[in-house]
Design a protein around this ligand. Structure first.
Ligand code: NAD
Length: 353
């Protein structure tokens, strides 16, 4: 019988480490990792996901901001909010919950997010980074899969990995991550001929097809590692909730044959939000922390509005970031009513956040 990869335990461990690192970051550099989650519309499942993400961020000691927008929100308005968060120094990670209402193009919105704050790892710059093996944010569910394998001591290098599913959020990014870790990777999809034969080659088989219990015992090699990504609610009268969760893998048939299995529930699921926290922490580590007013004065920086000496002003032109401005809640005693305030503070959404 296979050893079960306990995603709940691993997620708890990783989140405890994230929390400790967030506390250290706050103590050493005065930075609290900040995550903004935007939900457009009333989709009940998305509401639950957003609630969970916010709770996890708060538990990790992050600053967490939730934007619940009506379904009629226009694409332009949404992009405006994202642009404001891009320039907000207290927010290091921005997540736009998908799916968006039909009148909003998700690609356009995702491309508006500053890639450094794209903690979902969906921005083309981050996808390009994954493709070329450069640093950047990685999609959360595949990152969670890699973390599960690593923390269970399962070797990836040199092994044959088969992924069932080629979606942009799971299958494809996971294939690249495994490839970057020197696995020999095969991606299967709906047009794959003889899926069972390909799956049987796998040392590591990842099921991410979104088809309940489609991976059966005869599709698995003896001693393989199985990672089940699918999530499905199956009606079950014996449960208080009226349903039970299953994955893409028929657990009872597969578990006796494999060496390790990440089951559903309790496998990959808890790791997805954990990866989101990891990405946000990473983004905040690389964030620029505004120096104290004393430092500004010592460096002789001046207020962009009055061009006079800096007093309490934190709306400044930073020599290290030409053309960019950092805004913080306190304003220059000389210019707080100036157009700079209106132009730079309002898009950040500061007074309302
Ligand atoms: P998707 O529908 O976007 O993609 C499914 C992919 O599987 C497609 O590429 C399709 O070609 C392939 N596929 C479908 N049926 C197949 C078949 N019979 N044989 C071979 N290939 C087949 O789905 P997705 O967004 O990648 O999600 C996949 C599953 O993972 C879903 O059940 C989803 O709920 C779950 N999921 C879980 C998490 C998590 O946090 N645990 C996160 C994302 C998705």
């Amino acid at each position: 019988m296979a050893e079960v990869i306990d995603g709940n335990r691993i997620a708890r461990e990783v989140r405890a480490e994230i929390r400790a690192q967030a506390i250290e970051l706050k103590a050493k550099r005065g930075i609290t990792p900040g995550l903004a989650v935007i939900l457009v519309g009333e989709d009940p499942a998305s509401k639950i996901y957003v609630g969970r993400k916010e709770k996890a961020a708060a538990e990790a000691g992050f600053l967490s901001r939730e934007f619940l927008l009506p379904a009629e929100t226009t694409e332009d308005r949404l992009r405006e909010i994202v642009a404001g968060l891009n320039s907000s120094p207290e927010i290091h990670g921005i997540l736009v919950q998908l799916p968006l209402p039909k009148h909003i193009n998700p690609d356009v919105v995702i491309e508006t997010i500053d890639p450094r704050k794209d903690v979902d790892g969906f921005h083309p710059v981050n996808i390009g980074g994954l493709f070329t093996g450069r640093p950047g944010h990685r999609a959360c569910t595949p990152l969670g899969v890699i973390e599960l394998l690593d923390r269970s001591g399962i070797a990836i290098e040199g092994r044959e990995a088969v992924i069932v599913g080629r979606s942009n959020i799971v299958g494809k990014p996971l294939a690249l991550m495994l490839l970057n870790r020197h696995a020999t990777v095969t991606i299967c999809h709906t047009r794959t001929r003889d899926l069972a034969a390909v799956a049987r080659r796998a040392d590591i088989l990842v099921a991410a097809a979104g088809k309940a219990e489609m991976v059966r015992g005869d599709m698995v090699k003896e001693g393989a590692v199985i990672v089940d990504v699918g999530i499905h609610r199956i009606p079950d009268a014996s449960k208080k909730s009226g349903f039970r969760l299953v994955g893409d893998v028929k657990f009872d048939e597969v578990a006796p044959k494999c060496s390790w299995i990440a089951p559903v529930p309790g496998g990959v699921g808890p790791m997805t939000i954990t990866s989101l926290l990891l990405n946000t922490l990473k983004a905040s580590r690389h964030a620029f922390s505004p120096p104290s007013p004393l430092t500004w004065r010592a460096r002789g920086w001046s207020c962009v509005a009055t061009r006079g000496p800096m007093r309490a002003c934190k709306t400044i032109r930073l020599p290290s970031l030409p053309g960019q401005r950092i805004s913080t809640p306190s304003s220059c005693r000389w210019c707080w009513r100036s157009r700079w305030w209106t132009r730079w503070m309002r898009p950040c959404g500061w007074p309302t956040m």
